[in-house]
Design a protein around this ligand. Structure first.
Ligand SMILES: [Zn+2]
Ligand SMILES: [Zn+2]
Length: 261
């Protein structure tokens, strides 16, 4: 990333923009090509919601994701290369802290992000805020991988917020931020995939009951109420916002059989 961004001001903005955009397009298009095109017919019975979104759904999700990319790049430039950069705890010499700390900082960022996402998500579901911030994301009642960054510009600013907090909380290396963002994007594509990748029985298992799944987030898009989490389910479980029909929906998605023809 440092190499890619090793040029002057305006070009750094373009560099960040390209990294965010390519990461999104690459992950979403791989998922889309496999599940919505190559294996569309063969795996259709496994789809969480059995119908497929329309072309205009994909176009809307993509268009809003492009707008989000521009907003993320502008704010990213402001915080990491612009006037706010000197005030962050970002360290550029990787040897300044141990390699163990490098990975701890990534894990810590995921935990902070999970909490940040849950509470801002619930806030944006308040009826007074929902139409201005979060409605655009919920236009996808049957989301596709392209919905991973489909936010209203105001919600995009809220979603960037995690990167406006973490660099002021603890030291973090740019590569740790890049790794966190890669995990975040991969999990977002999985969350909006429309197919469940975890195995049967996962939602009720010792570990799985605390991990968010594609079925869980798909239910959030379908019903709007409950299942507000991102990577983990502890906030939903602690706050009583996990949908009571979640385990049933998970098992339904994993136990369907292809129609014999
Ligand atoms: Zn929501
Ligand atoms: Zn979503």
């Amino acid at each position: 990333m440092e190499v890619l961004l090793g040029f002057g001001g305006g070009n750094k903005f373009v560099g960040i923009l390209l990294i965010i955009f390519i990461r999104y397009v690459l992950l979403a298009s791989i998922a889309f090509a496999l599940f919505y095109w190559i294996k569309r017919k063969a795996w259709a019975f496994r789809k969480i919601q059995l119908k497929f979104p329309t072309l205009s759904d994909y176009q809307r999700e993509f268009a809003y994701s492009v707008i989000t990319t521009v907003i993320f790049a502008a704010l990213g430039y402001l915080f990491f290369f612009g006037p706010l950069a000197p005030y962050t705890l970002v360290y550029r010499d990787i040897h300044e802290h141990s390699i163990t700390y490098f990975f701890v900082s990534v894990g810590l960022t995921l935990l902070v992000h999970d909490k940040y996402f849950y509470w801002t998500h619930r806030l944006m579901h308040h009826p007074r805020l929902f139409p201005y911030f979060h409605k655009v994301h919920h236009l996808s009642t049957n989301p596709s991988p392209w919905a991973a960054m489909a936010f209203h510009p105001l919600e995009a600013v809220v979603e960037f917020g995690i990167l406006a907090i973490v660099p002021f909380l603890f030291p973090i290396h740019p590569l740790a931020i890049a790794l966190f963002l890669l995990i975040m994007m991969a999990y977002n594509v999985y969350g909006h995939l429309g197919y469940e990748l975890y195995p049967r029985g996962f939602s009720k298992s010792m570990v799985g009951k605390w991990i968010n799944t594609s079925v869980n987030h798909n239910q959030h898009h379908q019903y709007f109420k409950g299942n507000y989490g991102l990577y983990f389910l502890w906030w939903d479980r602690w706050m009583g916002t996990l949908r009571p029909d979640y385990d049933e929906a998970f098992e339904d998605a994993k136990t369907r059989r292809a129609a014999v023809t």
